[in-house]
Design a protein around this ligand. Structure first.
Ligand code: ADP
Length: 397
């Protein structure tokens, strides 16, 4: 059983071919600059040199065609025929209120995805193009949609309703959806294995800290709250996104600085977060390097860590206790300094970090002391594997 995982962005496509018997990644690749000059595919296979194909292509269908050709290439491929791919799992950003789990793609699902495009105008359209292109090239292979939002669809209503006129929810579906669901689901399952406990018995705070960052409260395996909201702009300050701010700032900017909605959106999404505060970079490595001599770089880090700590405490409250805290994604997996700063002052909750154990990069590890009441883990996320597992489960059922 080999599952192809596809993640289509507006001008890029990431893929992995996973052998489900041993969950090994046979090949992974990335195509960038689809639709413009200089499209490049780069494919990595364990134990081999990176394989690069430079080939101009017009659209995602050309891109998927090249992926399939590369996978079956006599010298650089990993399978003999496309028929060896038993199913395809597509990452889809927004499933709205339609889906609380992954689904087999049919006409009805496609219509639902179209109707969710309003909610994720940057993400869902390329996801849909990817699915259609794949269907055209592999018409008899089952395809499954795996949603970033699905894991959060079982939040209680009081956690997802905004205190706005209720008609805005009824008519326009304005509510908290939450994102990074595939990642939070994956790492929470790994944590339950590492603790040797049933996920049903655990209260987990999962911190996905990358360029985009979100925190989820997971009780008995179900997400009961999360920091991102109607869009991925909400929650903690991120690389370039503001996270939660007083909503009046938006009307103030429009009125006082005569900014258009697009200009405000550009500021909040691309010029804010730790980049906005520091004025230096959205990359946490640059901020740590600059922090000693640069007050604003240090301030950006302080704001970020403070917000993570606040959410951890808020979610410990929402969960009525916490058994474990997980750090994942770029910052969470790689920065021991950030992890320590995110847990600073949480001793009252029963969180004790072991500095030596915390000195790890990119591997699954427990980083709390033996007597820490709350276990703290670093767990590298693997959204592709989670998508492949879901795909197989849906196809088999
Ligand atoms: P995304 O998928 O949201 O683009 P990632 O999860 O790949 O983000 O995380 C990227 C971020 O991880 C980068 O902005 C970088 O700041 C951070 N990062 C990567 N390695 C390190 C490190 N060693 N120390 C601190 N931050 C790191």
């Amino acid at each position: 059983m080999k599952v192809l995982v596809i993640n289509c962005g507006s001008s890029s496509l990431k893929y992995q071919l996973i052998n489900m018997q041993d969950e090994r990644c046979l090949a992974q690749g990335l195509i960038e600059r689809i639709g413009s000059e200089g499209t490049v595919l780069s494919q990595k296979v364990e134990g081999r040199e990176k394989y690069i194909v430079k080939q101009n292509m017009q659209d995602h269908k050309d891109a998927i065609k090249l992926v399939l050709e590369t996978l079956i290439d006599k010298t650089n491929g990993v399978i003999k025929s496309v028929d060896e791919i038993s199913s395809v799992g597509h990452r889809v950003v927004h499933g709205g209120e339609y889906y609380s789990k992954s689904v087999l793609i049919d006409e009805e699902v496609m219509k639902a995805l179209e109707s969710c495009s309003k909610l994720a105008p940057l993400h869902n359209p390329p996801n849909i193009i990817g699915i259609n292109s794949c269907k055209a090239l592999m018409p008899s292979t089952p395809m499954v949609a795996v949603f970033d939002t699905a894991f959060h669809q079982n939040m209680p209503k009081y956690a997802y309703i905004y205190a706005l006129p209720y008609e805005l929810y009824e008519k326009h579906k304005i509510r908290k959806y939450g994102f990074h669901g595939t990642s939070h689901k994956y790492v929470s399952r790994v944590a339950s294995k590492m603790m040797n406990k049933d996920i049903k018995d655990l209260k987990i705070v999962s911190c996905h800290l990358g360029n985009g960052a979100s925190i989820a409260a997971i009780k008995g395996g179900i997400s009961i709250d999360t920091s991102m909201g109607f869009t991925p702009l909400a929650g903690i300050a991120m690389g370039t996104r503001s996270g939660n701010i007083d909503p009046s700032i938006i009307t103030f900017l429009m009125e006082e600085l005569s900014l258009s909605p697009e200009q405000v959106s550009d500021i909040l999404n691309k010029k804010s977060g730790v980049l906005g505060i520091s004025g230096i970079s959205s990359d946490f490595r640059d901020l740590w390097a600059a922090a000693k001599d640069n007050e604003r770089a240090q301030l950006a880090l302080d704001v970020f860590h403070y917000e993570v700590r606040r959410f951890i405490c808020a979610y410990a409250g929402a969960l009525e206790g916490v058994d474990c805290i997980i750090f994942t994604a770029g910052v969470g997996e790689n920065s021991s300094k950030s992890r320590e700063a995110c847990c600073k002052g949480l001793e009252f909750l029963g969180v004790k970090i072991d500095r030596e154990k915390n000195n790890v990069i990119g591997i699954a590890a427990e980083i709390s002391t033996a007597d820490s009441k709350v276990k703290v883990f670093v767990i590298p996320t693997n959204e592709e594997l989670m998508i492949a597992r879901d795909t197989l489960e849906v196809v088999n059922s």
